[in-house]
Design a protein around this ligand. Structure first.
Ligand code: NAI
Ligand code: ENO
Length: 296
């Protein structure tokens, strides 16, 4: 950890996008004792003023080129749909040798944006994804401990420079995260199943129920499992429309499979096949309990 701290102490950090993730990064850096300069790229002048007033950053700019001027490590934490424009603005604006990383929930689409924007500088780009977040968005949603003990997946490309990779690893270890590496296509498949599909299901279930006539009563008696669905369904709709659109190739096969399994459950319910229901629910319980036991 102290090697990571020493490595990070030499950086001048710029964070583009000060929402839940970017705001948590800058808060976490200060809480971890990073005393170097932090500059930020933000969406509007009011947010720039507020970020500086709150003491989250030393300087905040609405112009990306100004926001990254002099930075040695740039973290792009904007919605997936804004990544392309930001990477295009980075080209020509970042200092030679500066390392760029991102926090996007999908990886192949952001790597494509980075290739288009950074051109021959792509070796200094390290794709990343913190597997940590909440249903909240914006500057006030961030908190310093968000990444503490959580996983961060880095998906280096064949061009990714080893020094750039180790500098991004240092950033996340100082924030308390456990860093691992994965191929980008595999990342998108794993996250399609474990994060993107569950969000699609939660949004859709809550929408279905909210549009039913008994809406008030349903939400009044919401308890247990349904509360978890409603929390996830209160995630940012714009952010999630971007994620699901960008990762449609990986989401569709697992969604189709789920629809098939759900149809089998519907048939079992309609025809009173209790044994089929018990078998399906039992396999799910075994899978979940087996996982919990493996993790101790
Ligand atoms: N929400 C979550 O739990 C997680 C989100 N992520 C990913 O991290 C990224 C950021 O997500 P959040 O922080 O949750 O979103 P957010 O909506 O809280 O924050 C994004 C911020 O970027 C700003 N922004 C948009 N375009 C910009 C631009 N061109 N220049 C400067 N700022 C700009 C917005 O004004 C907003 O403040 C996304 O790519 C998301 O997929 C990753 C892990 C968890
Ligand atoms: O709030 C929750 O339960 C989440 O699942 C947070 C989250 C959202 C997006 C990610 O890419 C990673 C984690």
């Amino acid at each position: 950890m102290s090697a990571a701290r020493d490595k990070l102490a030499a950086e001048r950090i710029s964070v583009i996008g000060l929402g839940l993730i970017g705001g948590s990064i800058v808060r976490g850096l200060r809480a971890a004792g990073y005393t170097g300069p932090i500059q930020a790229g933000v969406a509007d002048a009011a947010e720039a003023k507020r970020a500086v007033e709150l003491g989250l950053v030393d300087r905040a700019e609405t112009d990306t080129a100004k926001a990254v001027a002099g930075a040695t490590l740039v973290v792009v934490a904007v919605p997936i749909g804004a990544m392309g424009a930001v990477f295009a603005e980075l080209a020509g604006a970042i200092a030679p040798g500066a390392v760029v990383t991102d926090t996007g929930s999908t990886k192949l689409s952001v790597i494509e944006n980075a290739r288009a924007g950074m051109g021959p500088g792509i070796g200094h780009y390290v794709p990343g994804h913190p597997i940590a977040g909440t249903e909240r968005s914006g500057l006030d949603a961030g908190f310093a401990q968000l990444f503490d003990g959580r996983r961060v997946i880095l998906t280096p490309t064949p061009e990714t420079d080893a020094d750039a990779l180790s500098r991004v690893e240092a950033l996340w270890s100082v924030l308390g995260a456990r860093v691992s590496e994965m191929d980008a296509a595999h990342h998108d498949e794993v996250l399609a199943a474990t994060s993107h599909l569950p969000h699609v299901l939660a949004f859709t279930l809550v929408d279905t129920l909210a549009r039913m006539a008994e809406r008030t009563e349903i939400f009044e008696y919401a308890a247990g499992g349904f509360t978890d669905f409603t929390r996830i369904a209160s995630s940012n709709p714009e952010l999630w429309s971007d994620i699901v659109t960008a990762n449609h190739d990986a989401i569709l096969p697992v969604l189709e499979r789920y629809i098939g399994d759900l149809e089998a459950v519907r048939t079992a319910i309609a025809s009173g096949e209790r044994a089929t229901l018990a078998a399906t629910f039992g396999r799910a319980k075994d899978a979940r309990d087996g996982l919990a036991a493996e993790r101790g």
